[in-house]
Every structure is written in C-alpha cells, then in structure tokens.
Design a protein around this ligand. Structure first.
Ligand code: GDP
Ligand code: MN
Length: 380
C-alpha cells in the first residue's frame, strides 16, 4: 500500500522532518479557501499514487487564492497515468534554491536498510541511477545501531551539501530512517528535499510505500488507505486474499503458490509468451476465490489466453474446476483457457473440466506451449 504525498509528509512531520503546512481540497472553492488561509503564493498539487506528476502537468503554482481556484479546477479530474485526480494538496509555495534526493529502502542483497542521497533532487531517482550513478551516495544501516550521525554526515558530504545545513540534514535523515522503521515501510522518500531562500531544509514531496504484510500492526496507517484512488483489480484481489500483481503481457496466469506462480511465468516466457500477471490464489482456495481470481484476470483487456496451473495439496482440484466453471458461467469469456490440474482430486477436477470441453494439459511444458499458441490465435 502506498500513501499519498500529503499523508507521507504528515508521517514525516511526526518524526521531526519540516514540511510545508498545507491542506487537502477536493473542490476549487475549497482550494481557494485553503489558499486564503495560508496567505501568499501556493502550489496546487494533484494527489495521485504515481510519480512524475510535475511533468504531467499535475503541479502548478498560484499567486493568489483566485488563481489557486483556477489551477485546482484544471487539475481536479485530470488523468495522470491512468489515474483520475480527486484531491489536490495546497501548500505554501516554497522558495526553492536547490533540490536534493533523500530516500530509505531495503537492500535485500545487503540485508540492510540503505539510506540514499543525491544532489540531483527533483528528478526520478531511477533516472539518476541509470545516467549518473556516481551521484547517488548510500549508507547501509546496522539494524541494532540505527542510523549514526557519522553516516548521515557522510551522505551530506557526499552530495556536497553546504556545511551550514549538516545539522538539519542529520536530523532529517534520522527522522526518515525512524519513520521508515516504525511504519514497517518498504520505501520512504523525500524528493525533493529543498534548500529554501531563507536557509531551511524542507521536504517538498514525500512518498511512503508500506509493507502490506505488516499493515495489521499499523491500524492508523491502514486507515489512510484511499480505495477510490486504487486499482479496482487490486482492491478485489485484496478482499479475496489473492496475491495479484499486474504485468504487461497477454497470458493471464492463475496459480496456487508463489513459487509455482514464478515457475509458471518463467516457462510462459521460455515458450515465447509474456505473462499478464502474477496471481497466487493461495492454499485451500474454494470455488468463490477461484472465480474472483478469474474475474480479475479477465478484466484485463490485454489478456488473450488464460493458463491455469494448479498443484493440488490443500487446494482441491475439483474445487478449482468448479470455481473455473462458475466464473465462466457468470462472465463474458472471449479468450481461450488451458487448464492443468494435478494433485488432490485431480481425476474429479479433470472430469469436470473435460465435460465443459475446455483444453487441459498434463505437464507444465505442454500447458505453457498451448497457452502461448492460444494467445497467438491458434486453435487448440
Ligand atoms: P512529482 O513530480 O510527482 O515528483 O512532484 P513533486 O512534488 O516532487 O514536484 C515536482 C517539482 O515541482 C519539484 O521538483 C519542484 O521543482 C516543483 N515544485 C514542487 N513544489 C514546489 C513549490 O512549492 N515551489 C516551487 N517553486 N516549485 C515546486
Ligand atoms: Mn517528487
């Protein structure tokens, strides 16, 4: 789960990181009222769960409350990378002298949380990493010791931060690390952290990605979930306890178990196809969960064929077969299916599928080849 910019910045503020004191608005009139309250020029910022809003025209300066109204009118309802803007953040406009990047992420290879800083703030960090990797300075944090002052100072020196900002920078870096740890985040990022004309460091943008598996420990953060801004398929997947990740290919995959799902995606690629998703229906899935999984897969217009690969253990093949047929009955299915069922109750499962005249396969290689062929429009 990702937090909006305004939510992320409020979490940061809780950890002593200075942020602009803005408010969220859902109408142009509200935006104007917030701007009046703040006084002075403001920045109107679309709140959508993607980066690069500035480039997409979703961030605009406004000199007066009337201008804030007009800019909010333009930005609200705007489509940014497929998401509709429903809220804007009205912040006092910052007098930006320079932009810095500061982020915390988990480095799995090092098995440590890593703090990254760069003098190239305001640009997406992936771009900096690709073009000028030497401009990213990192330190790995020891889990027992936490972020030490000398490490934060090393980052500050590495990005050539003028000395007078070192003390503020250390405080912000420590606050960011603490926010990351205490929220069970997978990413906490300030981009840009700016130096203002009056000589302050200020977090102008914020982003927090939370580890869904740890959300149960953070009801306050879970309450920030904005379902209106989330992808419908992701919401349905979560409600049905499915692990679903949308990808760009054309073969919808429904598998039980994360390892088998990975193997299925690999073999689809091996035979020249591209998976449209990662979908793990989990152990012991009943017919209704299977039906939900298929609804999600079929709602993706790119899907040209569906590959169902079930290794029955706790999950029973006959249950899965019934779920597939139930889903096909209720949905308008236009794409071919290839179904491989092995394990618990496989005979019963195959019988149910065969009666419905759907193609089956016994080996995974055969199933993948058939799915790739079906996606290319070949008849099975
Ligand atoms: P993103 O494009 O989604 O990352 O949104 P940001 O909040 O990072 O804004 C993008 C860029 O807009 C920043 O890098 C700044 O250059 C600019 N910007 C954002 N807020 C302000 C502001 O208050 N004043 C000024 N002058 N520029 C701003
Ligand atoms: Mn940004």
């Amino acid at each position: 789960m990702n937090l909006h910019e305004y939510q992320s910045k409020r979490v940061f503020a809780h950890y002593g990181i200075p942020i602009p004191e803005g408010e969220v608005a859902t109408t142009p009139a509200e935006a104007q009222a917030v701007a009046e309250q703040l006084g002075g020029p403001v920045v109107v910022k679309s709140q959508v769960l993607v980066g690069g809003r500035g480039k997409a025209g979703g961030i605009k300066l406004a000199g007066t409350p009337e201008e804030a109204n007009a800019r909010a009118e333009e930005i609200l309802g705007m489509d940014i990378k497929g998401l509709t803007v429903q809220q804007v953040l009205i912040d006092p406009a910052a007098d930006i002298q320079s932009e810095i990047y500061l982020g915390a992420v988990l480095d799995r290879a090092k098995r440590r949380v890593v703090l990254m800083a760069s003098s190239e703030g305001g640009v997406e960090i992936e771009q900096v990493a690709a073009e000028t990797p030497e401009k990213i300075i990192t330190v790995a944090v020891h889990p027992y010791l936490g972020l030490r002052d000398y490490q934060a100072r090393y980052l500050a020196e590495g990005i050539n931060l003028p000395k007078e900002y070192t003390r503020q920078f250390i405080k912000i870096a420590k606050g960011l690390y603490q926010a990351y740890m205490e929220s069970d985040a997978s990413l906490a990022e300030i981009n840009p952290l700016v130096i203002t004309g009056s000589g302050e460091l200020l977090a102008v943008d914020g982003k927090i990605g939370l580890d869904d598996s740890a959300l149960f420990r953070h009801p306050d953060l879970e309450a920030m979930r904005d379902t209106a801004a989330e992808d419908e398929s992701e919401i349905e997947a979560r409600e049905n306890d499915l692990t679903y990740i949308h990808l760009d290919g054309e073969i919808g995959c429904m598998v039980n178990g994360a390892g088998l799902a990975m193997a299925t995606m690999d073999i689809v690629k091996f035979y020249g196809g591209e998976p449209a998703n990662f979908l793990d229906i989990g152990g012991g899935a009943k017919a209704d969960r299977v039906a939900a999984a298929l609804r999600i897969i079929l709602s993706d217009e790119r899907v040209k064929a569906v590959l169902i690969n079930i290794f029955g253990g706790i999950t029973r093949c006959d249950e899965v077969a019934r779920g597939v047929l139930e889903a096909i009955d209720t949905l308008d299915v236009k794409v071919p299916f290839v179904i491989r069922l092995v394990g618990t109750n496989e005979e019963e499962g195959r019988r149910i599928i065969a009666e419905a005249n759907l193609p089956t396969a016994t080996s995974l290689a055969e199933a993948a080849q058939k799915a790739v062929a079906a996606a290319k429009g070949e008849t099975l």
